[in-house]
Design a protein around this ligand. Structure first.
Ligand code: PMP
Length: 426
């Protein structure tokens, strides 16, 4: 396995050191192969809204496994989950299930291109939409933290069809549409940016994106692979009150199993095969294990909406961390950005509004902080430009322990002299 991993960020390449191997997870904790336990804020990068393997999920999966794992024929479970998704997300009338966030976004832009007859897509700098060719242009997440500009293997001709604009800048978006009138199939954006670290949308930005795309006849795609079901049952579009044409989902929708989905109005979705001519398919798409996990998650969300609790816990962690940051006189050197249960501690001066501002963060210091936290039993994302995920399983005592560890770790990170190998700047 290249780098010993199935996905690059897991290798600790941007913070250095050896990754631990996880043996198991339960609630807010993971245990490694050496028996050490960590309070987990990586949380598989998003699916575990209720922590690792809550009982309702384990029961749903055991039941589903007894009935078979995959058939290549439709099942009732898919229909039940589709109904729930359409009910939860206001802009979705019809949905197609796939196996990952990447599949969801690449299918959504194929649909956008098929529906509009246009080729160009617009994305934001530091936005991450999975690893399909069209998105590996000024991308966030692992692409940003590993300092990869694009990727060899993406033909220039394909990359040239992706126009990149700064996040939170409606005039730059307008300018892109002025430059390529009638050529842009879609603007794809994470309504809450969460792959350059967490960066919130400026008031009015998403509404402006809605207007600009509509005026030009382009589609607005909200990539809610992280924000879907996390910020509200209807996702970021519900929280911010802006409705896209297409939505991509993943993560929580699969409760930790490989699931993605894209959806929108019937008129658009019926352009997909077999009703329409735009092709997209999948051997394991909608498999009963994944669908059961998704159903169990959405039923739990409907039964016990976790959003007030997640907001309270997110706010508590933010308050505790900010207290420690102030105590140590670090307010000008560390900035915390949070929305609900997603947050990032940037080792740079705020305000964080776009990729240019977050990129000034001192990634070498973040690496020091990461390792100091790890030594204290706290597992943070092994990269500056990722979100921390709080779940309902994180108890107040966990959050307080995290803040105490952070106080010591900040002191350690800022006391350390940086060697040449961990100098800041990706
Ligand atoms: N879109 C967003 C917003 C994401 O955060 C991610 C993954 N973190 C993806 C798409 C790709 O999803 P996957 O890794 O499941 O392919």
């Amino acid at each position: 396995m290249p780098g010993g991993v199935s996905s690059p960020v897991r290798s600790f390449a941007s913070v250095g050191g050896e990754p631990f191997f996880v043996r198991s997870g339960r609630g807010a904790r993971v245990r490694d192969a050496d028996g050490r336990s960590y309070i987990d804020y990586v949380m598989s990068y998003g699916p575990h809204l209720f922590g690792h393997v809550p009982d309702f999920l384990r029961r749903a999966l055991s039941k589903a496994a007894r009935g078979g794992t995959s058939f290549g024929a439709p099942t009732e479970l898919e229909a039940l989950l589709a109904e729930r998704v359409a009910k939860a997300v206001a802009s979705i009338e019809m949905v197609r299930f796939v196996n990952s966030g990447t599949e969801a976004t690449l299918s959504a832009i194929r649909l956008a291109r098929g529906a509009t007859g246009r080729k160009r897509i617009v994305k934001v700098e530091g936005g991450y939409h999975g690893h399909a060719d069209s998105f590996l242009v000024s991308a966030g997440s692992g692409v940003a933290t590993l300092g990869i500009a694009g990727s060899p293997g993406v033909p220039d001709e394909i990359a040239a069809l992706t126009t990149v604009v700064p996040y939170n800048d409606a005039s730059a978006l307008e300018e892109a549409f002025r430059r390529f009138p009638g050529e842009i199939a879609a603007f794809i954006v994470e309504p809450l940016a969460a792959n350059m670290g967490v960066v919130r949308p400026r008031p009015g930005y998403l509404a402006a994106a809605r207007d600009i795309t509509r005026r030009d006849g382009a589609l607005l795609i909200f990539d809610e692979v992280i924000s879907g079901f996390r910020l509200a049952p209807g996702g970021a579009q519900e929280l911010y009150g802006v409705s896209p044409d297409l939505t991509t989902l993943g993560k929580i929708l699969g409760g930790g199993l490989p699931v993605g989905a894209y959806g929108g109005p019937r008129e658009l979705m019926e352009k997909m095969a077999p009703v329409g001519p735009v092709y997209q398919a999948g051997t394991l798409s909608g498999n009963p294990l994944a669908m059961s996990a998704g159903l169990a998650m959405l039923r739990e969300i409907a039964r016990r909406p976790p959003y007030a609790e997640l907001e309270r816990k997110g706010a508590l962690l933010e308050a505790l961390l900010c207290e420690r940051i102030e105590e140590q006189g670090l307010s000008a050197r560390v900035a915390l950005v949070r929305e609900g249960s997603l947050l990032t501690l940037f080792f740079g001066e705020g305000p964080m509004t776009d990729f240019a501002s977050v990129k000034r963060s001192d990634t070498g210091r973040y690496a020091g902080f990461f390792h100091a936290m790890r030594e204290r039993g706290i597992f943070l994302p092994p990269a500056q430009f990722e979100a921390w995920f709080v779940s309902t399983a994180h108890g107040d005592a966990d959050l307080r322990r995290t803040a105490r560890a952070a106080a010591e770790s900040l002191a350690e990170a800022f006391a350390a002299r940086l060697g040449p190998s961990d100098a800041p700047g990706v």
